[in-house]
Structure formats: C-alpha cells, structure tokens
Design a protein around this ligand. Structure first.
Ligand code: SAH
Length: 394
C-alpha cells in the first residue's frame, strides 16, 4: 500500500476510533516518506496498526481522513462516494425535476469527502476544494462526477481561488475543467435564481437557505418585508411570490443589489412592490421608519474563528435588538447565524438578550437549520453551522 505514513502519538487514535475525520498536528508523533502537501497518507497508531488514510496538509488540521477502511483511493473510490452522495439527493427529491435544478451534491465531511464541495446549478456543477488534497485530486473527482451525473451536467466549473489555504504552494485558478457555460436557468422551486458562479460569493448562491426561503414564502401574504443581507435576493423572490405587499432588499454590496434587482425583474417583470438598497445593515436599521412586519436577518458569519466568538455574540445581539426595536407589532422575524463556532444555544441567548433589551414579547415559532443536502456527519458535529429562529413579535 502507500508508503507515506503518519504515526500518531500514544492514545491519539481515540477520536479516529469514533470516526472523527480530522487529525490535528499535535496528535502526530512522526511523518515518514516525505509526503508533499495534499498527498494521500496512511495513518498508524503508536502500536503500529493501520487506522485510516487521508489527505495531509500543513496547518492545525494535518490530515483529513478519506477512509477508515483499508481500500485504495482511486477512481472507483471517488465514484462510490459521489454515488452515495447523489443517491441521498435523489432520495430527497431534489434530482431530475422540471421546476428545480439547484442542490448541493457534496457537502464535505457531511458526505465523507472532507475538503470538497460540489453544487449543481442546472447543467453546471461548481466544484470547490477547501483542502490541498482535493485540489490535487480535482481531475479524478471531476471524472468520477461525470460518470455519476452522466448527461445531467455539461460543464464543471472549478472554483477554489479563495478557498484553498493561502500558504499552500499551488497554482490557484478558477475555470471550467470540463465543458463550458450552459444557457439553462438555475431554478429553485420554480423561481429563476440569479447565480453568478464566476464572480459571486461561495459557488454563486446560498443554497443552504432554500428551505428557509420556502418557509418565509408561507408567511409573506399581505406583509411588508425587509430582507436584510439579501445577497442575490432569494428571500425577496420568495416573499414576492408569497404575496407580500412590499419587499425591500438591503445589502452593502452594490453587485449583490444588482443581482437581486435582475432576479426580481426576471421573475416578476413590471412588479412595483420591490426596491433594493446598497446600504450598511446597521445604519439602515438605525435610520429606517418602523414599517416592516416581516424582517429577515441573514448576516455573514460574524465569527470565523473561536477567538472572534465574543465579538460575534455582541454583533448578533446588537443586530437583533435593532430589528426588535423597529419591527411592527404582530411581526415575524427570521433571524440567522451561519457562524460555525457559535452554537445554537449561544445564538438563541444572544437573540433572547436582544429581545429583552428591546422590551418586546417574543415567541419562537420555528428553530431552523441547514437543509438536508448539507448533511451533518454524526461523527463530525462541527459540520452543523447554520441556525435560525422564526419569531413572533407581539
Ligand atoms: N440571505 C442571502 C445570503 C446572505 S450572505 C441569501 O439568501 O442568499 C450575507 C450578505 O451580507 C452578503 O451578500 C454581504 O455582501 C452582506 N453584508 C455583509 N456585511 C454587511 C453589512 N454590514 N450591511 C449589509 N450587508 C452586508
């Protein structure tokens, strides 16, 4: 088998026995065979037993485990993993629909493929490597992907310029590694979504809010909606289709506002209910009249690392307090956090504190999370990142 080896310190195999897919650098006793960053390595316990194989990388997470079974990591391996991921999306009813063609096919550790994200937008797959190993293996993955998806996809766009560790000694490029642009329209439950995978954030759309947008649609009839941090305006489209009387979308990025306006025009031509503003959220909330009875707060991750946790919680409290102070009586607030380091209890506490400070009576109607095509590996609870609350504000 492979010659490149990691030997763990005594006792450090414990988390691997529970199938946790990360090996931290502090757990390693020695490295043999001079692996390059991104290489596949075999992992041995201090007693000399083979325990796992995975991609090695410089950094605090030193190995991302691909397999706990002693099998080759080859074309067949990628096909098997992608096939399993595809079967789940099919079981979820997300595949081969006329009115819907956007879903996450691979969600990293959640699909036992640490470091890899693949999103499907109609006939285009957008592939993102978050580890050097997945970058090194990108062509093998793309080939397996073609095998699994067949003629469902005609192009694979590789987008890892911003997701790979900046220290890694590799060439960073974005571009099609198979086929080219397709002229079909990405659809989310019948809505035409403005997706720009070439220059947009993430792979072009926050697919993870799909089910929450669908839920918002059901609350929208007759309401005045503020969609704060709108990005490409998905919640605004849902609110418009749900019968909102007015929808205002706000994002600090002018490009995001432009995408939102285009999306609204594309789905609801000549509709005068919508306006969009390129403004800072905090200032907008401070300066606005209390005129909304449905507000969405979906900010970017306030904490990207544990060190930023305290500030992030203060940020969530301040933001939510401003919304509680202005939302009309009988209003509904959809509020989210996508910071992985913020637990749902911490987020709920920040929102609770905000409601108390604003002196509003608040009831929790729904507790929201990431959708099923962003699965959480039960052995990797860190994979749970999106949390949200739907609140009735008296
Ligand atoms: N709700 C969106 C996703 C939001 S992503 C959806 O369903 O697709 C977070 C957005 O917040 C980004 O578009 C970013 O440009 C915007 N943003 C970041 N800081 C901001 C600020 N201070 N004020 C307003 N928008 C901000």
């Amino acid at each position: 088998m492979r010659q490149k080896r990691i030997i763990l310190k005594r006792g450090k195999e414990e988390s691997l026995l529970r199938f946790h897919p990360w090996i931290f650098s502090g757990a390693i006793d020695s490295i043999q065979g001079e692996p390059d960053e991104g290489d596949l390595v075999d992992v041995y316990t201090s007693a000399g037993d083979w325990i796992a194989a995975g991609h090695i990388q410089i950094g605090s997470i030193a190995v991302r485990v691909l397999t706990f079974d002693r099998i080759p990591v080859d074309g067949e391996f990628w096909k098997q993993r992608l096939g399993t991921a595809f079967a789940v999306r099919r079981a979820l009813g997300l595949v081969d629909r006329k009115d819907h063609n956007i879903y996450r096919l691979v969600h990293g550790e959640g699909d036992n493929l640490p470091g890899l994200v693949i999103d499907i937008y109609g006939r285009t797959a957008v592939m993102q490597a978050h580890s050097v190993g997945m970058h090194v293996d990108r062509y093998a993955v793309a080939e397996a992907l073609t095998g699994i998806m067949g003629d469902r996809i005609s192009g694979i766009y590789y987008k890892s310029e911003t997701t790979l560790p900046f220290k890694a000694d590799i060439e960073r490029t974005n571009g099609y590694i198979k086929g080219g642009p397709s002229d079909d329209t990405p659809l989310e439950y019948g809505l035409r979504m403005p997706v720009d995978w070439i220059s947009g954030q993430k792979t072009g759309l926050f697919i993870d809010q799909r089910e929450n947008r669908a839920l918002l649609e059901r609350f929208s009839e007759g309401r005045s909606v503020l969609n704060m941090f709108c990005y490409t305006g998905g919640f605004s489209l849902a609110a418009l289709r749900g019968g909102a009387v007015l929808v205002h979308s706000v994002d600090s990025s002018a490009r995001a506002v432009e995408l939102t306006v285009n999306g609204v025009r594309d789905n609801f031509p000549d509709d005068t209910r919508h306006s969009a503003f390129a403004r800072d959220a905090f200032r907008f909330l401070d300066e606005m009249e209390p005129r909304y009875d449905l507000i969405v707060l979906d900010p970017p991750a306030f904490a990207k690392h544990k060190d930023a946790l305290k500030h992030a919680l203060i940020g969530y409290r301040r933001l939510n307090q401003k919304a509680f102070e202005k939302i009309l009586p009988g209003g509904i607030l959809f509020t989210f956090s996508c910071s992985q380091v913020v637990t749902k209890e911490q987020f709920r506490m920040a929102v609770f504190t905000a409601a108390a400070a604003a002196g509003r009576n608040v009831r929790i109607l729904y507790q929201l999370h990431q959708p099923a095509d962003h699965p959480v590996n039960i052995f990797h609870p860190e994979g749970e990142y999106l949390k949200g609350l739907v609140l009735a504000v008296d």
